[in-house]
Design a protein around this ligand. Structure first.
Ligand code: AMP
Ligand code: FES
Ligand code: ZN
Length: 308
């Protein structure tokens, strides 16, 4: 197969776009899709200070590299979850990547914050992934605001977004449907959050990471073996194979027509007040969820299991 742009030997074929590229033209294609994703949704500008959440996986590292190649002002943030084996490997990959490219990197250790994830898993009667996600989002927001960044970027890709959209639609969850999208705007106490890879699939990002020589952390989390939304992603992949281009058109249709309708429906008013412990805004009426988890871990030192 030949590259559709320059006729050299193609190394990546993209069915949804009915095209194929050599390595150099593929990287240009990827860059253009990131650029379009940023421009179409007005995610940020070259004047913004961007904090990129780096898990050590292919998506976030590819995002960081591409944003820096495009001249954006990027700094990395890695949350070390303290999970034996897997966290050290993810952190090592992230540190080597940032050192190789000369990127500044903030590291936040959950053990030092009184929130090591193995202890969270042991002490709380809740699925560890949802608690871990809540803790990560809390620190993403907190560090973005405290360190004076304008925006927090994550490596969520089109497959993540479409699976989440499908899941929200299956439940007709109007609140989640009104919030979902490549950008969550800034609000009092909450930073702007963006997903610049929303136009690109997992396959496309993996190819970019491979062709750019990015070393990534492949191992799945030992506490959630199976990536999120595995079943839905499989279903959507079958749909995409039968009807190439459906994933992006479903998602873009939602952004253009679905989301505004849900936003009107769920104009929710929640009362936010600062958490007495950490000062970050919460609707809980007392300590925020993360400070309550920390207190449980501290107080239960022994055997007590609790729900938050
Ligand atoms: P996941 O929920 O694991 O699919 O991750 C989605 C995105 O969240 C990644 O692309 C990263 O941008 C970010 N992320 C996940 N885990 C971490 C972590 N431990 N440290 C920093 N960012 C993370
Ligand atoms: Fe959070 Fe596995 S429980 S990454
Ligand atoms: Zn708090």
């Amino acid at each position: 197969m030949k590259c559709k742009v320059c006729q050299a030997q193609a190394v990546v074929a993209l069915k949804s776009h009915n095209t194929a590229f050599c390595a150099a033209c593929y990287k240009k294609y990827f860059a253009r899709q990131v650029e379009r994703g940023i421009d179409e949704q007005r995610l940020f500008t070259r004047n913004d200070k961007i904090l990129v959440a780096l898990s050590g996986g292919k998506d976030s590292l590819a995002l960081m590299l591409e944003l820096s190649r495009q001249g954006y002002n990027v700094t990395g943030l890695h949350i070390d979850l303290g999970i034996p084996g897997s966290s050290a490997a993810a952190r090592g990959v992230t540190e080597r990547f940032c050192a190789k490219h000369g990127f500044a990197l903030h590291i936040k250790e959950m053990a030092a914050e009184g929130l090591p994830i193995p202890l969270v898993r042991q002490r709380l009667h809740r699925p560890v992934c949802s608690v871990c996600g809540k803790i990560k989002r809390h620190y993403f927001n907190r560090i973005t605001l405290e360190e004076g960044f304008d925006v927090l970027a994550t490596g969520h890709n089109l497959d993540d977004e479409v699976a989440r959209l499908f899941s929200n639609t299956l439940r007709w969850d109007a609140d989640y449907l009104s919030d979902q999208g490549p950008m969550l705007p800034v609000a009092p106490g909450f930073s702007r959050k963006v997903k610049p890879l929303w136009r690109l699939t997992e396959f496309e990002t993996a190819n970019y990471a491979f062709l750019s020589g990015i070393e990534t952390h492949y191992a799945l989390c030992p506490y959630s073996p199976g990536a999120s939304f595995t079943v839905l992603k499989g279903l959507l992949q079958r749909l995409e194979t039968a009807m190439p281009g459906r994933k992006i058109s479903f998602y873009q249709g939602f952004l253009a027509r679905g989301k505004p309708a849900f936003a009107r429906q769920s104009a929710k008013e929640s009362t936010l007040a600062p958490c007495p412990q950490c000062g970050f805004l919460t609707s809980s009426g007392g300590d925020c969820g993360v400070c309550r988890i920390r207190a449980i871990l501290r107080e239960s030192g022994g055997n007590r299991d609790e729900c938050v």
